[in-house]
Design a binder for this molecule. Structure first.
Ligand SMILES: [Zn+2]
Length: 195
């Protein structure tokens, strides 16, 4: 087989069994195997050619982990509310589904710019919130909802489960069925949000 038959460069997408080189040119690296002097891809991924080491490898695209970053805007569902701390299950980061859901903690001091005595006045279990991540790659993740565009974007009535409506002044929520009033730390675009 002539070398010209295999024109592979870094970044090319390959599938298992695809010829990616010959042993006269490269050593076979990760994600490859050799047979009769020919190097094949053993996984789906991108070609990586190390010219210094004369090695050809295939890097899996699927295994690239999603890494949440400080400052990322996330969407989550409130899972638990304690006196000082709430926990949200984060579902969506930067417009993408999180590859693995992760938990974010919100301390009462990070909820609102205004003083908050009781976290139950800001969140209830099942609320959908928009928040900002406060740390990188370190578990547990901490969330902040103090900015006007952050906080609860959708909430359900504690009594009947109906979606709560924001009052005209945007301060409280009310249920059109039960007429009860509920408090939340609302995002400015409550009820008309985009993810
Ligand atoms: Zn209700």
């Amino acid at each position: 087989m002539a070398d010209s038959e295999i024109e592979i460069k870094s970044g090319d997408l390959v599938v298992p069994g695809q010829k990616i080189g010959v042993i006269e040119m490269y050593d076979s690296g990760k994600g490859t195997y050799t047979q009769d002097g020919i190097i094949f891809a053993s996984i789906v991924g991108e070609i990586y050619i190390d010219n210094a080491e004369k090695t050809v490898s295939v890097m899996s695209k699927e295994k690239k982990p999603f890494i949440p970053k400080n400052g990322d805007t996330v969407i989550g569902v409130i899972d638990m509310v304690r006196k000082q701390m709430a926990i949200a299950n984060v579902l969506n980061v930067r417009g993408f589904d999180a590859t693995t859901d992760f938990e974010g903690m919100i301390h009462i001091s990070q909820v609102s710019k205004n003083y908050l005595e009781n976290l139950a006045d800001a969140f209830k279990t099942g609320d959908i919130i928009r928040a900002v991540l406060m740390n990188d790659e370190i578990s547990p993740f901490y969330l902040n909802t103090a900015a006007p565009n952050l906080g609860v974007i959708l909430a359900y009535c504690s009594e009947c489960g109906e979606i709560l409506q924001a009052d005209k002044d945007g301060r409280n929520l009310h249920c059109i069925n039960c007429r009860i009033i509920e408090k939340r730390k609302l995002a400015r675009d409550y009820g008309k949000f985009t993810l």
